[in-house]
Design a protein around this ligand. Sequence first.
Ligand code: NI
Length: 226
Amino acid sequence: MLLRIPSVLDAPSLHIMRAALEAAPWVDGRVTAGFQSARAKSNMQLPETHPVARAQGELILQALARAPLFTMGALPLRVFPPLFNRYGEGSAFGIHVDNAIRGAAGTSQRLRTDLSATLFITEKDDYDGGELVVEDSYGSHSVKLPAGDMVLYPATSLHRVEPVTRGTRISSFFWIQSMIRDDGQRSLLFQLDTALQQLTRDVPDHAATVSITGVYHNLLRQWAEL
Ligand code: NI
């Protein structure tokens, strides 16, 4: 399941974040790539431990904590500290799959990458190209979202970033270990939760709400790994 999470960051936060990132020291993006993906990658990244990356990443984590759609869709157990990349003209990232296990720099914590996230920081009109293309069993999905919006997609999927042909595209990217490892099970829980919220809104106090809520939590109890 691909899930768009609109307006994770508002315009004032984006403005501050862009200013901080533009002044930061970017390095070759191959530092975080695995063996296969290093060959496909030509972008720039902020070093993971740089104070700007840490501070701006923390703001993103705080924003995610206020985004119910993220919690519903990802059912997060651990979130990797957000990283930042920059694609200038001619930069691209060819087709690859993200590494399965990630360790955050300076910590002993490891995380299984169940979901990948891209948060768009540059305004859409400020660059051409740079679409994130995710392939799943339904085909190829091209994703280019307004600044502040985020897409969540299964980390198991092949994906790529199309070449940027004008301007610069800055984004944040990171991974989530979900309480629900399986994308199909996680999607079912999301659909059930969404339908339940709609029912609660449209037919308040319907007797079935209690039993459907019970089904949701009992499925979560059966499937969740903590
Ligand atoms: Ni990737």
